[in-house]
Structure formats: structure tokens, C-alpha cells
Design a protein around this ligand. Structure first.
Ligand code: KG4
Ligand code: ZN
Length: 417
């Protein structure tokens, strides 16, 4: 594996960049290459015109990071270096586009992990320089919002309130169009995706935790445990998830005052037996239970588990479902409030957590009863990808918002601030 990656490295795009010395601007690019390396997904896409995606490749680093329970920046950076060049070659091949036919390069320039961003930005700059074509610096969060433009016209979508929920961000924006974004609210501590990942770690579900909780929660009772729905005093559009994570930890350690079940059957108690609540008080913060048998295929009803084990799995599924319900309630509440306050009729939900089935359902119901139109990209375009970078890059290019070749990535970069 290491060997084949090294061999492929010798075919870096830079080795076949030879022609096209003329710098040209186009309103709507014939072919635009987009690169995304802000966190733990390497992604490359080729776009034609405003929104025709000719190729879109994503290489996930989940296997690299899962033993550590979170993203390790140095490993992310190395993995991007290993795959970005061969993926660029592959995306161009799949699109049937020659490198010399590219009109522009768009790249995520922030926010994100600085070393990871550097890999994408360096290659993008080198290609733009060698080909003599424009370079476009794309904001990662705005690209998540722009993913809806792959399926809809700008006039249909904007103005809108946008909720962006990812591993590092939970933000609400008032969006008039590309480049016209005003922040309304944000998380004060953990991002929604971070909360999913941390709670999944407490439940020993592996990394990334969001998809695992989403799957397991389908088997649980969302009313089993009354987890809090935190509000931020005096800031109606802000979020706070760290207390919710702590409530889950306390519940698992058996020391929570939040254990009474809301459901008539009161199934929330089954976890207490699992979590050995008789530990010395100093050790109670850490949940005490053995890992689930196989987090991919869990189903308390269908799995051939012994009786006690089945109960235990159901108890954990109840915690997953109750936690997820709390997050969804908070996200839906703040978003609908923001739409009411700003008076816009369109709502966009984007970012990795927007792939969550309960959030999609909850948001659909709430928007329908408020008469709001909801735009959520398909799940594969909610998590990090380069198609969203491409579609926003094309808009920036049309607006003349190109970057110079001394572009530096920014690990912190407020949107519309
Ligand atoms: O947008 P994204 O791919 O990367 C960042 O920009 O951070 O979001 C990744 C986050 C992770 O925290 C992951 O657990 C979460 O999105 N996520 C989900 C789901 N799929 C991904 N969270 C809840 N339910 C999902 N189905
Ligand atoms: Zn993202």
C-alpha cells in the first residue's frame, strides 16, 4: 500500500503541467478543478459551467483516525499528501478533461487544520501558476451552504437562513447569496458534530460517531432519557452542547439526576445495570460498560444476542436516541426562530450533521408547519466533498473574486464577520 502510493506520487499533476501560459478569466468556467483538504477528507471535483459535476472523488481518512477516536492533524496532513495528486489525476481522467483545458482552480483556503489546508492550497497554487489560470480561495463553511446550488438556482434558494452543522462548526447565517452572508448565531462550545463524536466515544461506537449514533438511534426510544435542551441566556440563536455531553456522561456513570424516563414504560433504567453504578464516586465520570459487539449492524430485536446482552444494547440505543433527539430539538428550535425573526421563507441545512436522518426529518416537519421551504443537500454532499467547493468557486470566479498566488490558508476564518 505504502509502496503503491509512493509510485503514484511520481505522477503528481505538476509533472504534466507544461502548456497554457496565458492568464485568462471566464465568467462561467468551461472546466474548473476544485480541491478540498480542510480536515480528514481529501476531495477533488471537476465542474463544467455553473453546476455540472463531471467527477467528484472523496477519500475518507476514517480508518487512519479511528484508533485515536478523533482526527490527528499530522496524520491527516500526511494522508492528504499521499492521495491528493493521484486523486487529481483520476478525477481529470474520469471527467475526460485534460489538465491544459482547465480554466480555473478552486481550493478550500480555510477554516480547518492548517497543515491539512496547506496541502490543498499548495497544489492549487502550483497548478494555477503553471497553467496561468485563476486561483479561487473558497471558504469551507460557505461551500457547505453552496452545496444546495448543485441542484437549485440561486433565485430559488436565496434569501435564506442557513444552519451549518459540522464537526467543527455550528452556525446560523442570514444568506442573501454567494459572498453575502451575515452571522446570526453560533455554538459557544462544542460543535454539533463534535458532540455526536464525543457521545459516540462514550458509547464506544467508534469514530466518526455521528453516523454510528444515527444508525443505533433508530433502534432506541428518543423519550427514554430526558436530556437537557440547553439555551444560551440572552442569545436566542446561539448553541451550547458541552452540558448535554456531560449529562450523557453522568447518565452513563449512573450518577445523573436526569435518569427518569419520559416514556410510559420507563426503559431508561436498563442502562444503569450496564454501567456499574456502584463504583467509587471519584471514578464515576467514566462510563463503565464493555464495548458493543459490533457497532455496524446493531439491532436489539434482530441480532442473535443473549437476553441480557439484548437489553444492554437496547439501553445504549435508548441513550443514543435520547441524545440525538435533544440535539435535533435544539437545532430545529434555533433555526425556526431565526427564520421567523429575519422573515425569510427559505431554510438551508448543510454540513456533515445535516446527513443525520432525525435532523432531516425534524427539520422537514418544523419547516412544513411554519410554511418554510427547506433545502438540504443529499447526504453524500452534506459531508466534506469538493463538488461544493467547485460550485462556490465558479460563483466567486464569475464575481471576479480570485486570489493571488501568495494566498495563505487560514485555520480560523470567520464567515461574514
Ligand atoms: O462537514 P463534515 O464532513 O466535516 C467538517 O467540516 O467537520 O462533518 C463531519 C461531522 C462529524 O462530526 C460526523 O460525526 C458528523 O459530521 N456526521 C453526522 C452524520 N454524518 C456525519 N452526525 C450525525 N449524523 C450523521 N448521519
Ligand atoms: Zn465540512
Amino acid at each position: 500500500m505504502g509502496q503503491s502510493v509512493r509510485q503514484k506520487r511520481t505522477t503528481t499533476p505538476l509533472s504534466f503541467l507544461s502548456d497554457s501560459p496565458i492568464h485568462r478569466f471566464t465568467d462561467s468556467p468551461k472546466f474548473l478543478l476544485a480541491i478540498e483538504t480542510s480536515c480528514d477528507e481529501t476531495a477533488v471535483a471537476v465542474l463544467s459551467g455553473e453546476r455540472r459535476i463531471l467527477a467528484s472523488l472523496v477519500s475518507s481518512q476514517n480508518q487512519v483516525h479511528s484508533p485515536f477516536g478523533g482526527v490527528v492533524p499530522e496524520l491527516a496532513c500526511r494522508a492528504h499528501m499521499d492521495v491528493l495528486a493521484p486523486m487529481t489525476r483520476q478525477a481529470l481522467d474520469e471527467a475526460g478533461v485534460r489538465v491544459r483545458d482547465l480554466d480555473a482552480i478552486a481550493v478550500t483556503a480555510g477554516p480547518g487544520l492548517i497543515g491539512a489546508l496547506l496541502v490543498g492550497v499548495s497544489q492549487a497554487k502550483a497548478m494555477a501558476f503553471a497553467l496561468g489560470i485563476p486561483l479561487v480561495a473558497v471558504h469551507h463553511i460557505e461551500a457547505h451552504i453552496a452545496a444546495v446550488l448543485l441542484d437549485h438556482d440561486d433565485e430559488d434558494v436565496f434569501p435564506a437562513v442557513a444552519l451549518v452543522v459540522s464537526g467543527g462548526h455550528t452556525h446560523l447565517y442570514d444568506v442573501k447569496g454567494p459572498g453575502r452572508v451575515r452571522p446570526l448565531g453560533r455554538t459557544r462550545d462544542d460543535a454539533a458534530g463534535e458532540a455526536f463524536d464525543k457521545v459516540a466515544a462514550l458509547l464506544r461506537l467508534g469514530y466518526p460517531g455521528g453516523p454510528a449514533i444515527d444508525r443505533l438511534a433508530r433502534e432506541g426510544d428518543p423519550r427514554a432519557v430526558a436530556f437537557p435542551r440547553p439555551r444560551v441566556e440572552g442569545a436566542p440563536f446561539d448553541f451550547s452542547f458541552s452540558g448535554l455531553k456531560t449529562a450523557v456522561r453522568r447518565h452513563l456513570a449512573g450518577s445523573s439526576p436526569l435518569t427518569p424516563a419520559l416514556s410510559p414504560q420507563g426503559r431508561g433504567g436498563s442502562l444503569d445495570a450496564v454501567c456499574s453504578p456502584s463504583l467509587p464516586s471519584g471514578e464515576r465520570d467514566t462510563p463503565r460498560f464493555s464495548p458493543l459487539p459490533s457497532h455496524g449492524e446493531l439491532s436489539p430485536e434482530s441480532s442473535p444476542l443473549p437476553f441480557g446482552e439484548r437489553d444492554r444494547v437496547r439501553g445504549i440505543a435508548d441513550v443514543a436516541a435520547s441524545f440525538q433527539a435533544a440535539v435535533v430539538d435544539v437545532l430545529v428550535d434555533r433555526t425556526i426562530r431565526a427564520a421567523r425573526e429575519t422573515g425569510v421563507r427559505n431554510v438551508i441545512v448543510a454540513g456533515g450533521v445535516a446527513a443525520n436522518s432525525a435532523l432531516r426529518k425534524g427539520m422537514e416537519g418544523a419547516c412544513a408547519s411554519d410554511g418554510l421551504r427547506l433545502f438540504i443537500p443529499p447526504p453524500a454532499l452534506c459531508t466534506d466533498n469538493a463538488a461544493m467547493v467547485a460550485v462556490l468557486g465558479a460563483r466567486y470566479l464569475a464575481m471576479g473574486r480570485t486570489a493571488s498566488l501568495d494566498l495563505n490558508p487560514r485555520d480560523r476564518w470567520g464567515l461574514g464577520e
